[in-house]
Design a protein around this ligand. Structure first.
Ligand SMILES: *Cc1c(COP(=O)(O)O)cnc(C)c1O
Length: 239
C-alpha cells in the first residue's frame, strides 16, 4: 500500500493556531492544553514527519497497531498516550512503553498496570474513562461510579501508577450544543472529584477530537486527541 502524505507541518500549524484561538476565547492559557497526535493506522513515516514539525506527543488505540511503531514509541523524545480500550492481558505492554493511559476502568487493570510498571522501573499516569453520555456502545464508567472508583484506586496505594483526571469520548452524531453539555458534565465531574480527593489527582480532562476540539477547549479540555485533522483520513476506520 502506498500512501501519499498530507502536509503534516501545515496541518499542525493550523491546529496549533486554532487551539490558541479557542483557548484565548475561553480565557484560558493555551500552554495548559496538550495536543495529542493520534497516529493509529498511520505509518511510521507520518509520525517522523510530525516529529520533524515539532510534535512529540502521540496517541495509539490498539496494542497491535502500536507494536508496528515500537522504535518510535521507545524514542525518548516522544511521549505516548494509550487512548483505546485495554484488556488486562495487554497491560504489560502499556506499562512498559507508554507514559499515559486514558482508559482506566477497573481496579483489576490498575493493579496489573502497577505491577508491570514497577517491575519495569517505570511510572504510568492514568485517566479514568467516563461514559458521560451513557452510550451503551461505549466503554468507561458511568458518571455516578467515578467517585467510588477513584476512592478505591487511591486507597489501593499503587505507587507506580498515578491518577491525573478524566477522559471521555463524545457521542457520535450529536449536535454541537449536546456535545458541549457532555463536555461540561465531564468538567463538573472532574471539579467535584478534585474537591473530594485533592486537585492533584484531577488536573486533566481528555476530551475533544478532530471534529469538536474547539468545543472541548471551551469546556476545559487539557488534552485534545486529534487524528484525521492532522494526518488525513485513516485507511481503515475502526473506532
Ligand atoms: C481515533 C481516536 C481519536 C481521534 O479521532 P479523529 O476524529 O481522527 O481526530 C480520538 N480519541 C480516540 C479515543 C480515538 O480512538
Amino acid at each position: 500500500m502506498t500512501t501519499t502524505l498530507p502536509d503534516i507541518q501545515h496541518n499542525l500549524e493550523t491546529l496549533r493556531e486554532r487551539i490558541h484561538r479557542a483557548a484565548a476565547s475561553a480565557g484560558r492559557n493555551p500552554d495548559t492544553i496538550r495536543l495529542i497526535a493520534v497516529s493509529k493506522f498511520m505509518t511510521p513515516e507520518h509520525i517522523t514527519r510530525a516529529m520533524a514539525a515539532g510534535q512529540h506527543v502521540f496517541g495509539e488505540n490498539t496494542v497491535q497497531d502500536a507494536l508496528t511503531k515500537l522504535p518510535l514509541i521507545r524514542d525518548p523524545q516522544n511521549e505516548w498516550h494509550f487512548i483505546g480500550h485495554l484488556q488486562t492481558n495487554k497491560a504489560r505492554y502499556i506499562a512498559e512503553n507508554f507514559a499515559w493511559l486514558h482508559t482506566l476502568d477497573s481496579l483489576k487493570l490498575a493493579r496489573k498496570l502497577a505491577r508491570h510498571a514497577e517491575v519495569a522501573g517505570r511510572h504510568l499516569r492514568v485517566l479514568i474513562q467516563v461514559n458521560i453520555s451513557g452510550d451503551p456502545d461505549k466503554f468507561g464508567l458511568a458518571p455516578e461510579a467515578v467517585a467510588g472508583f477513584a476512592e478505591s484506586f487511591l486507597d489501593a496505594g499503587l505507587s507506580s501508577i498515578s491518577l491525573h483526571g478524566l477522559m471521555t469520548i463524545g457521542r457520535h452524531g450529536v449536535a454541537d450544543s449536546e456535545r458541549r453539555r457532555e463536555y461540561a458534565r465531564l468538567r463538573e465531574l472532574g471539579a467535584a472529584c478534585a474537591m473530594r480527593f485533592g486537585a492533584t489527582h484531577f488536573t486533566q480532562l481528555s476530551m475533544g477530537m478532530s471534529g469538536d476540539y474547539e468545543i472541548a477547549i471551551g469546556e476545559g479540555a487539557t488534552m485534545v486527541r486529534i487524528g484525521t485533522a492532522l494526518f488525513g483520513p485513516r485507511p481503515q476506520q475502526h473506532s
